[in-house]
Design a protein around this ligand. Structure first.
Ligand SMILES: [Zn+2]
Length: 315
């Protein structure tokens, strides 16, 4: 991982950096243990990005398992970064002042919020959508696609994910051409006609038929530029351990920095603090006191089963 980081341009001195305002948007947890843990992510990534202050001094930087070993848990955060949190939906003041809004929860779209996000992107704001935030409720939306490039998805699957990385893209600089995760994919981008507007940074082959097959590449990390705003999408993030994977972190951190119209490598150093840099989480065989349970369901589930009363919520 350090070799990957060494491929990126060194960041300028902190006093030459523009101050960035990043809003981390979360909501109430809506799945079981180690799944969709928006509050935990918000708490931990506020410290990872913004650094610890006072009562945060002992907040772990990883989401899954016991805290990382001492020496790999630098809590100083990134220089010149102001991190705020939002619950359910950012405030008007946050939409007006943020450089990037990072959303990890289902987004409660309505007419006023479509207009708020449109105005935010029109002034050059960055919007980062993580997992549930890419799955539009109650179903794929033309309005969301017009704003973000992807209006939602119709299929999902839990289990091993083999990503193919666009290593010739600036955000894929130095990364290996393939990465493995144990998480959940959504596909295909719906409605399809907007997919031509996105750049795919990483894809996974997923079946579009009724029986398993080799499938077709589907976007898992993507970029969209509804000029002058920038949108970065990240389908992974179902399980807590994915946020501790240094490669996942690097892809997401580069998306956050890019969306804020900064060097995509500005936050690279945060890929390591608290991460499980040995990669075993990827394989789902972490040998600590707890072991990631098997994917809760490797096949598409009926929409009514695990959805806690919400229609068409992905698993
Ligand atoms: Zn999920």
């Amino acid at each position: 991982m350090r070799a990957v980081l060494a491929r990126a341009p060194a960041p300028p001195d902190a006093d030459q950096l523009r101050e960035l305002r990043i809003v981390l948007l979360a909501d109430a947890k809506d799945h079981g243990a180690e799944e969709h843990d928006y509050p935990l992510w918000q708490q931990r990534w506020r410290v990872l990005l913004g650094g610890s202050q006072g009562s945060d001094a002992s907040t772990p930087l990883n989401l899954y398992g016991p805290p990382a070993v001492p020496g790999l848990d630098d809590r100083s955060g990134a220089p010149r970064l102001k991190v705020e949190t939002a619950w359910h939906w950012p405030s008007r003041q946050q939409w007006e002042s943020a450089d990037a809004v990072v959303a990890f929860c289902y987004l409660p779209w309505n007419e006023a919020r479509f207009q708020e996000v449109a105005a935010y992107l029109a002034r050059g704001g960055g919007l980062v959508l993580v997992h549930s935030a890419t799955w539009t409720m109650p179903g794929p939306s033309e309005r969301v696609a017009a704003l973000t490039g992807v209006g939602g998805f119709t299929r999902y699957r839990h289990g091993p994910v083999e990503l193919e990385i666009a290593t010739d893209h600036p955000l894929g600089l130095g990364l290996p051409p393939r990465l493995s995760f144990l998480d959940e994919t959504y596909w295909p981008p719906t409605p399809a006609e907007h997919a031509a507007r996105i750049q795919v940074l990483a894809s996974s082959k997923e079946s579009l038929g009724s029986t398993p097959d080799r499938g077709a590449p589907q976007p898992v990390f993507w970029l969209c530029e509804p000029d002058p705003g920038r949108v970065f999408g990240c389908v992974l993030g179902h399980y807590t351990w994915t946020f501790d994977d240094p490669y996942f972190r690097l892809l997401l951190l580069r998306g956050i920095a890019w969306s804020a119209r900064e060097s995509p490598y500005r936050l690279d150093a945060l890929a390591l603090p608290g991460a499980r840099a040995n990669g075993v989480i990827n394989a789902g065989v972490w040998s600590g006191r707890r072991t990631p349970r098997a994917p809760c369901n490797p096949l598409p589930r009926p929409p009514s089963a695990p959805h806690r009363g919400r229609s068409r919520t992905a698993g």
